[in-house]
Design a protein around this ligand. Structure first.
Ligand SMILES: *[C@@H]1O[C@H](CO)[C@@H](O)[C@H](O)[C@H]1NC(C)=O
Ligand SMILES: *[C@@H]1O[C@H](CO)[C@@H](O)[C@H](O)[C@H]1NC(C)=O
Ligand SMILES: *[C@@H]1O[C@H](CO)[C@@H](O)[C@H](O)[C@H]1NC(C)=O
Ligand SMILES: *[C@@H]1O[C@H](CO)[C@@H](O)[C@H](O)[C@H]1NC(C)=O
Ligand SMILES: *[C@@H]1O[C@H](CO)[C@@H](O)[C@H](O)[C@H]1NC(C)=O
Length: 283
């Protein structure tokens, strides 16, 4: 017998009742992007897991994505409040800057229900490079000039300033960066406890990204003060477990994914990445 859509629907409903339904998935777009850039992900998730509710965040799109990170986190938290409490768990997938918003939401929202966080080429440990896509805004910039800009008060009001991480001026980063530095070295113990609620942290990145610099930042690695890249395990915040990363790693809750030959703006459209490294981790 040929199965029509109604049959499939009924079979799915029965399966869903008998086994388990999938938790909602939040998709957060990157800088200079909007919700439509997440359409491939949305379609593939719904095909693989019929019935999943997928929310593409439709805020801080395009040029507005340059707004201060904390403001974005504040409004997006309000917007997601119901989703983050209507079920027992939520999956959060953040692409690039969207991953930074995810990290901040998770750490700074008490009682959040995000248990799976998939960071898709996000500068989790900061950015120290000058991707071509910024050149329209700062055509003559050098890294030094950008450090002076981003570590000024006005620069901290630009999203990128919030995760600009100058490894040669680590002291200035710790002092002036008011977004990533306090997330990494929190003074509020809740920010660690909230992070520890994650059951799975998937960190996806790769050597041909060209925008995340160093690309290992997508897996919490970074430059030392001689601009040599060190892995996560050698970071002081990891060793001291300042925000819970080491605990998650030791509990086997982190997944490290490295995929070559993907340029930054293609991660969220790469069907292999989505099929192999995103969908299997959704619950
Ligand atoms: C949440 O979990 C509890 C206990 O595991 C279960 O009884 C309840 O049905 C779940 N609620 C939802 C919305 O999944
Ligand atoms: C950038 O440099 C060029 C050549 O040195 C100069 O003509 C131009 O005005 C500069 N642009 C800005 C925005 O400073
Ligand atoms: C993740 O993979 C990269 C590339 O293989 C490696 O350099 C890095 O040490 C790994 N990180 C963790 C936390 O396993
Ligand atoms: C890590 O812990 C050591 C020993 O307690 C301390 O000396 C060091 O300052 C800490 N580093 C950070 C970044 O918290
Ligand atoms: C760690 O987690 C992976 C899946 O993320 C699983 O395949 C593996 O068996 C786990 N290892 C241990 C020691 O629990």
């Amino acid at each position: 017998m040929k199965r029509g859509p109604i049959h499939i629907c009924i079979i799915y409903l029965l399966l869903c009742l008998r086994t388990h339904c999938y938790s909602p998935v939040v998709l957060m777009h990157g800088i200079f992007d909007g919700p439509d850039t997440m359409n491939t992900l949305e379609t593939m998730i719904k095909d693989a897991h019929p019935g999943t509710e997928v929310y593409k965040v439709d805020m801080f799109n395009n040029d507005v994505s340059l707004f201060k990170m904390w403001d974005q986190v504040y409004w997006i938290r309000k917007h997601l409040k119901e989703i983050m409490s209507s079920s027992n768990s939520t999956n959060f997938i953040g692409f690039s800057q969207g991953g930074m918003i995810g990290r901040a939401l998770i750490q700074t929202t008490n009682n959040h229900n995000i248990d799976t966080f998939i960071s898709l080429s996000a500068p989790l440990n900061g950015e120290f490079g000058f991707p071509i896509i910024y050149q329209k805004y700062w055509p003559n910039a050098t890294l030094e000039w950008l450090t002076d800009l981003f570590y000024s008060r006005a620069g901290q009001d630009i999203s990128v300033g919030g995760y600009w991480h100058d490894p040669i001026k680590e002291d200035r980063y710790r002092e002036k960066c008011n977004f990533l530095a306090p997330l990494t070295y929190p003074t509020n113990p809740d920010w660690k406890n909230n992070f520890l609620k994650l059951k799975k942290l998937v960190m996806i990145g790769g050597p041909n990204d060209e925008v995340i610099k160093p690309w290992q930042s997508s897996q919490f690695g970074f430059f030392n003060n001689k601009e040599k890249v060190l892995p996560m395990e050698q970071m002081d915040f990891y060793k001291n477990d300042t925000f819970g990363l080491r605990t998650l790693f030791e509990q086997n809750k982190t997944v490290n994914v490295t995929v070559p030959n993907i340029f930054h703006t293609y991660w969220h459209e790469d069907v292999d990445v989505i099929r192999k490294y995103i969908i299997p981790y959704l619950n």
